[in-house]
Design a protein around this ligand. Structure first.
Ligand SMILES: Cc1cc2nc3c(=O)[nH]c(=O)nc-3n(C[C@H](O)[C@H](O)[C@H](O)COP(=O)(O)O)c2cc1C
Length: 155
């Protein structure tokens, strides 16, 4: 099994959190790769023995980051069955500044993946940029708790 972290970001925070998680995964003996979403197509989900982690911020008024737009749209425009996919979702947002659309992009990715039959491991986890001024250790802490659940649910 390997971990593939798909990153949606505007200003790089989600990428930095993803990198920290990939390092943690490596330290636990799990091979991990970080992939910016603009480098992925829906075919990415066809890779066998892969655990996926959607790691995305939210921008605009609840929008997915620009680099995530094409993959996000493809999930709706080119629907295909993703029943083999196991994934987690880690969102980054700002509840104080954007309460009505807090981590909306992460929630929308989850909804689209779930609509296509993909199975989420655990709950969507949202990091609040204001509450977690150091999002990397907060993300790694969440990942440490999430990984055993994910290992147990891999086919
Ligand atoms: C212009 C702008 C709009 C934002 N809109 C939202 C939003 O709608 N919902 C939310 O939860 N966070 C919102 N945020 C907060 C970002 O998601 C948060 O700062 C995040 O950590 C940025 O991560 P990134 O550097 O990976 O893009 C917004 C931030 C900016 C600058």
């Amino acid at each position: 099994m390997r971990l593939l972290i798909l990153v949606g970001t505007v200003t790089g925070t989600a990428a930095s959190v993803a990198q920290a998680i990939a390092m943690e995964a490596g330290a636990s003996g799990l091979s991990a790769e970080v992939c910016p979403m603009d480098e992925a197509t829906l075919d990415v989900f066809e890779q066998p023995q892969t655990l996926f982690l959607i790691c995305t911020s939210t921008h605009g008024a609840g929008d997915v980051p620009d680099n995530a737009r094409r993959l996000f749209d493809a999930l709706a425009l080119e629907p295909r069955f993703l029943g083999q996919v196991r994934y987690g979702v880690l969102g980054l947002g700002d509840r104080a500044g954007h309460g009505a659309t807090f981590c909306e992009a992460a929630l929308q990715f989850d909804a689209r993946l779930s609509d296509l039959g993909a199975r989420r491991v655990g709950e969507v986890h949202c990091l609040d940029a204001a509450e977690d001024p150091l999002p990397e250790p907060a993300g790694v802490e969440w990942f440490r708790a999430w990984l055993p659940q994910a290992r147990a649910q891999m086919p």
